[in-house]
Design a protein. Sequence first.
Length: 265
Amino acid sequence: MTDEATARRLWNDAADAYHHFIETGLDYYRTELHGPALLDACGDVRGLRVLDLGCGQGWFSRQLAGAGGHVTGIDWSTGLIEHARRLEEARHFQAQPSSTTHGGVTYDVLDAADLAARFAPGTFDLVTACMSLMDMPHPASVLAAAARLAPRLVFSIPNPVTDAPHRVWKRDADGHKLALELDRYFEATPTVLQWNMQRLLHHFTTIQYRYTLEQWSRMLEDANLTIARLREPRPTPSAIAALPDLADAARLPYVLIIDARTPPR
C-alpha cells in the first residue's frame, strides 16, 4: 500500500479530519512549535513571491501571506485545496481595508512532482514546505525542481534522528516518560502512518517516506542546493506551561528545519 495513487487517495480521504485538526488548534505542535519556527526561518517575506509545497488546507500559506508574501500554495489533494480556497475567501471577506498584511494566496491542485511542467525557472523568490516533503513519493525530484524555481528553499520535516522506525517511550511505574528508545534508524522505507490521536475528528491513515539525515543531505546536494542553516525548534517554558504535551519536544528534537540555497548566479 505504498503506490502514489494510494498515497493521494488516503490524503483525500483524510482531508476533512486533517482540516479540522489544524484549524481548531488541536495540532498544537504545528501552531505553537514548528510552524512559527519555520516562518521565523524564512525571514522577511514581504513582497516575495513564495511557493508553498504540499500546502494542505493552507495553514502555513496563510502565515506567509499574513507576513506580506505573495503566495502560491499547491497540494495534490483536491479535498485539502477545496478547504484552503474556502478559508482564503473567508480571510479576504473578513480583512480590514487598512490591514498592512495584504498578501494573498492562490491555490492549485498540483502534484509537486510536476513543478517543472507548470512553472518557469525563476518564477519564485522562495519555496517553502511545512511538514510535507516526507509525504511525497519522490522528494529528490521535487527538491531539484524547486531549486530551479527559486534561489532559496526553507522546509521542515520530522527530525530523522528521533523519527526512527522503532520509537518507544520507556516509562516508570507511574507512567512518566524516562527515555525514548530508538532503533533501525537506517531503515529508510515508506511507512503506513496511523493518525489515531484522541483529539482527531476521526482516525485516518497516510503514507510517509522516511529518510536518514545523510539521505536528505545527498538529495539537497544532488539538487545543487547548499544547506545554509539548520534549526531544531524547542517549546518555550511558557508554551509548555500552557500545553504540557509539548514538554517532550524540549527534551528531544522532534523537528528539523532546513534553509537551503542555490549557488549565486
